[in-house]
Write a protein that binds this ligand. Structure first.
Ligand code: CP
Length: 328
């Protein structure tokens, strides 16, 4: 696999590297079943979570992942910080780096922020993109691929890709970094990705993406995909009207109870969260046995353990111990 100095996008991952990350995440998931679900692997290392945008799942699961690997964690939230006094990303990152850190997990509203931090020379730490604007959310793509692989192959997942898996992603593709990371990663792993959205919520340039597109959720459901992933409507990024009314959106593109009843029993339902229940997904669909939404959250910890392990492996003379660590 390619050495992982930073993780900035799913687009940059080749098939072997992606599978290696998923396999290490399998090992990390096994750690969670131990009596003491913790490894000494990153003892003495410090991970800084820099969150300039709100988060529940990503921030807490990176924190949990770092702690399970025995790293120290410092967490920065822009709200309540000196960002309100005008402090820049560069000064914020350098201030935190001056306290002694080995990795930065960055969420930022600007597309490209993680790439800038990794390549600017402002800091030495490894950089993990935890979501940059509408660009990418690579660990979400990885945890989604991991969840799909587990649903397909169960305990025999190691080493497998997603060849031929039929994945339909529905909703606000335009504003979704999750959709972008999924498209690149899933197609690298051999899946067939179909995007369903109102034309106003598909990006310009989509013709060059390795996907098919449509505008009918009913037709997509009738095609019996293996995975139906509903996306959150990102009101906070909408500065214009992209559909007439929320009720109109829910009627045409929401996975409501009637559509959920039409779903093939083999189709799993996914959503990156947070969900707008009643808008893009009904409670019955979200809470059903076909839903893998909470599995996605659980798997997020394993994936983030794998990523932190890889970006911090051997990056200094004080390389992390793998004693008791994953087998991969
Ligand atoms: N899926 C996701 O990124 O959720 P959070 O915004 O809660 O981190």
């Amino acid at each position: 696999m390619t050495e992982l100095r930073h993780l900035l996008s799913a687009h940059e991952l080749d098939r072997d590297t992606a599978i290696a990350i998923l396999d290490i995440a399998e090992d990390m998931g096994d750690v969670a079943t131990r009596a003491v679900p913790k490894l000494p692997t990153l003892r003495g290392r410090t991970v800084a979570n820099l969150f300039f945008e709100d988060s529940t799942r990503t921030r807490l699961s990176f924190e949990s992942a770092a702690k399970k690997l025995s790293a120290d964690v410092i967490t920065f939230s822009a709200k309540g910080s000196s960002v309100s006094k005008g402090e820049s990303l560069k000064d914020t990152a350098q201030t935190i780096a001056a306290m002694g850190i080995d990795a930065v997990v960055l969420r930022h509203s600007a597309s490209g922020a993680a790439h800038t931090l990794a390549t600017s020379g402002w800091i030495d730490a490894a950089v993990v993109n935890a979501g940059d604007g509408t660009h990418e959310h690579p660990t979400q793509g990885l945890l989604d691929a991991f969840t799909m692989r587990k649903a397909r192959h169960g305990t025999a997942s190691r080493g497998k890709d997603l060849e031929g898996l039929r994945v339909t992603i529905v909703g606000d593709v335009l504003h979704s970094r999750v959709a972008r990371s999924n498209v690149w990663l899933l197609t690298t792993l051999g899946a067939q990705v179909h995007l369903v959205a109102p034309t106003t919520l598909l990006p310009t340039g989509i013709a060059s993406w390795p996907v098919t597109t449509g505008s009918s959720l009913d037709e997509a459901i009738a095609a019996k995909p293996d995975v139906l992933m509903m996306l959150r409507i990102q009101q906070e990024r909408m500065h214009a009207a992209f559909f007439p009314h929320e009720r109109e959106y829910a009627r045409q593109w929401g996975l409501d109870d009637a559509r959920f009843a039409q779903l093939s029993p083999h189709t799993i339902v996914m959503h990156p969260g947070p969900m707008n229940r009643g808008l893009e997904i009904s409670a019955a669909a979200a809470d059903s046995p076909q839903s893998r939404i909470l599995d996605q959250v659980t798997n997020g910890v394993s994936i983030r353990m794998a990523v932190l392990y890889l970006v911090l492996s051997g990056t200094s003379s004080n390389a992390p111990t793998t004693t008791g660590g994953p087998s991969a």
